[in-house]
Structure formats: structure tokens, C-alpha cells
Design a protein. Structure first.
Length: 358
């Protein structure tokens, strides 16, 4: 596989690479990359044939969008690139101030029509373009009716301001309801989901992935390395390491638990067998999972980007996939339990019946 092994994103005509360039690290900040490093990451991704670039209005306070827009302009690549950005988080007050109830503008966040129009205008300005290829609702706000979200985003598609839209970080039922409303009304609906998904984050398998399959939505994993955890650079005895998850950091230390250390050991064994880096094998696993359309990669250094792209060269054997699947299997919950092999056999007279898309 390579970055030019293009596929459509969900049931749409949007043609994308199997790895998308995440640019959350572009711009200032302790875990970010300065302009020169960001440019080298962008150029290397493009040189490898990648066409799918993901940013958000909130990343580095808008600097990520500005840098992405600048690199696209400098390289004259607007027509070739699938440019994705997001709305939803509120940039008018710091997260800390907001949790203390102070100060921000309630119309500068969420999924209401007023904010979507405001956010899009700002993103287009920072990106220096007049349309977005894929506009993401970054996070569901819990209050805006799904009907309003579909109407607002569908109108923007018809107005030519965005080509497609997708949902990130939402309950599965929100995506299913939006897709159903859209198909019943014959209007544009969401084509993709952006979700945390990796060897150490598989809980979306029970509800979100079946919804994506049913509604024809492509799935884009974010943090496929668990924020760097799956590169193997942290260890149980000493998590200080050097990277995003070291010491006090806004991402917390939620990845450092016994279940994840055990997964890491299986990943290490498979990577050693293949003589590849653990990060590469973790990405190859995510890309190979059912329903995964394009996996987001993030890098704070150019060398990381090169090794992440090299994941496309790995073909895991069925036995290696099985070991990784077993080691990282999420607990069987109510929804996933309903489709367990034992139940299926009970319902179909002892036969194992495979459903469409499974
Ligand atoms: N929709 C959402 O809510 C959401 C949330 C998060 C991210 N995203 C998107 O997904 C993209 C990727 O997410 P992510 O950055 O969290 O992905 P990730 O792959 O889990 O983590 C990337 C980080 O891991 C470290 N790393 C990457 N490759 C490495 C390697 N080969 N060896 C060692 N360390 C390595 C780097 O951090 P250090 O060098 O600092 O260790 C890098 O910044 C983002 O850019 C963004 O576009 C979306």
C-alpha cells in the first residue's frame, strides 16, 4: 500500500489517501512544531503522494489553519488537496476560564447555525480559500437539534462553501439520526466519522463502527498512536520520557494503565518479529481494521512523519492481526454482546451467518 492507494471516504465521491495528515501539532505550543518543521512535514507528506490534510479552527489558536493555508498557497496545490477543518470548540475563552464560568461568548462554540456560519467564515479567512472540502463538527454540543445541524451543513454544501461534512466525537445515535434525516429528505448527510481509535482505544467498535457501516460513513481514527504511547517510548517504571505524554500535560496520563502496558508488550513482540518500529505496526493495525477509510497521522518531528508513512509498507499476517486483536479486545458490552457468535448461532439454528459488510 502507499499514500496513492486512493479510496472514497464513505459512500461519497471524495477520493482520499489511506493516511491523512493531522496538523494539530502545527504552530506554537509545547507539543507543537514551528513553521519550518511544519512545512517540512507538509512537504514530505505531499512528496509521498498524500492528498488529505486535516486541521481545526481551534488548533494552536488558529495558527494551524494559517500555516496549512500558507503551505497550500505556496505549493499551488489547492485543487489536489482534500482540505478538512472543524468547528465546535469555543475559542473565545481559555478552557480553564470557561470551566470557571467566566467570560466567553456562547455564540463562539457549539453546533448551532449562528456559530457554524461564524466559524466557517473565520476558517476560510485563515486558510485563504473560498471553500472547505470536508467540514467537521468537532464535537457534539449536546443541545443543538440534529435537524438543525443537518440543515445548516446541508445548506453550506448547496451554497458551495463546503463540499462535504462529517461528525467527530459524538454519540453514535447522533450520526445515525443525521444520516437517516438526510437520506429521507434527499439532502446531503454526513459522509464520515472522526473518532479516537487505536490498539488502546477500541470502545467505538460497539456502536459507532456499526453505524458507520449502516450509514455508509467512512471512519477516520484520530490518535492512532494513543498520543505517542504506542510508539513504545514510555515505560511503566518511568513515564517521564520525552514527548506529549511526559510529565504534567493537558492530555493527562490516561494511557498509563496496566491493560495498556500489556497491549504494548504484544505490540513490541510483533514489531520485533517484523523488524519494524512499534509505531509503524500500530498504524498498520489501525489501517487494516474493517471500516477504516483513512487514518490520521500526527507528528511533532519530520522523522516521525517518515516512520508513520512507512506503516503503509507493512502487511500484517492474519496471525499477527489476531494476536494484536486479542490483546487489545475491549470488554464485551451490551451492544457488542448482541452480535456475539454464540447469540448468532442461537438465532440461526447453529449456523454462523455473516452479515453484509461484516
Ligand atoms: N477530532 C478530534 O477530536 C481529534 C482529537 C485529536 C486529534 N485529532 C486529529 O488527529 C491527528 C492525529 O492525532 P494525534 O496527533 O493525537 O495522533 P497520534 O499518532 O496518536 O499522536 C501523535 C504524536 O505521537 C508522537 N509520535 C508520532 N509518531 C511517532 C513516532 N513514529 N515515534 C514516536 N513518537 C511519535 C508525537 O508526539 P511527541 O513527539 O510529542 O511525543 C506526535 O505528535 C491530529 O493532528 C488531528 O488532526 C482529532
Amino acid at each position: 500500500m502507499s499514500l496513492t492507494d486512493f479510496r472514497t471516504l464513505g459512500r461519497s465521491g471524495l477520493v482520499v489517501s489511506p493516511l491523512a495528515l493531522g496538523t494539530m501539532t502545527f504552530g506554537p505550543g509545547p507539543f507543537g512544531a514551528d513553521e519550518a518543521t511544519s512545512r517540512s512535514i507538509f512537504d514530505a507528506y505531499r512528496a509521498a503522494g498524500g492528498n488529505f490534510v486535516d486541521t481545526a479552527d481551534i488548533y494552536s489558536g488558529g495558527a494551524s489553519e494559517e500555516l496549512v493555508g500558507q503551505f497550500i498557497r505556496e505549493t499551488g496545490s489547492r485543487d489536489e488537496i482534500v482540505l478538512a477543518t472543524k468547528f465546535g470548540f469555543n475559542g473565545s475563552a481559555s478552557p480553564l476560564a470557561a470551566t470557571q464560568g467566566s467570560g466567553g461568548n456562547p455564540h463562539a462554540g457549539g453546533a448551532g447555525a449562528k456559530n457554524i456560519h461564524r466559524a466557517l467564515q473565520q476558517s476560510l479567512r485563515r486558510l485563504g480559500t473560498d471553500y472547505i472540502d470536508l467540514y467537521w463538527m468537532h464535537i457534539w454540543d449536546g443541545v443543538t437539534p440534529v435537524e438543525e445541524i443537518v440543515q445548516t451543513l446541508g445548506d453550506l454544501v448547496r451554497a458551495g462553501k463546503i463540499r462535504y461534512f462529517g461528525f467527530s466525537d459524538m454519540p453514535a445515535w447522533v450520526a445515525m439520526k443525521a444520516a437517516t434525516i438526510a437520506s429521507e429528505r434527499h439532502v446531503p448527510g454526513p459522509i464520515a466519522m472522526q473518532l479516537e481509535y487505536s490498539l488502546v482505544a477500541r470502545d467505538v467498535e460497539s456502536e459507532h463502527l456499526p453505524v458507520a457501516r449502516e450509514a455508509g460513513m467512512g471512519v477516520m481514527p484520530w490518535s492512532p498512536l494513543g498520543g505517542g504511547f504506542l510508539s513504545g517510548k514510555y515505560n511503566k517504571a518511568d513515564t517521564s520520557g520525552s514527548g506529549r505524554l511526559s510529565g504534567p500535560n493537558p492530555f493527562g496520563n490516561s494511557k498509563f494503565n496496566d491493560a495498556n502496558w500489556a497491549i504494548l508488550e504484544v505490540l513490541r513482540a510483533v514489531a520485533t518479529e517484523l523488524d519494524r518500529l512499534m509505531a509503524e505496526v500500530a498504524l498498520a493495525w489501525a489501517m487494516d481494521r474493517p471500516g477504516i477509510a483513512s487514518t490520521l497521522i500526527g507528528a511533532s518531528k519530520l522523522s516521525q512523519l517518515h516512520s508513520n508513512i512507512a506503516a503503509t509498507e507493512i502487511a500484517l499476517s492474519a496471525a499477527q492481526m489476531e494476536r494484536l486483536n486479542t490483546a487489545s479486545a475491549p470488554p464485551v458490552g451490551f451492544s457488542s454482546g448482541l452480535t456475539a457468535p454464540g447469540i448468532r448461532a442461537m438465532l440461526f439454528g447453529g449456523h454462523s451467518v455473516t452479515g453484509w459488510g461484516e
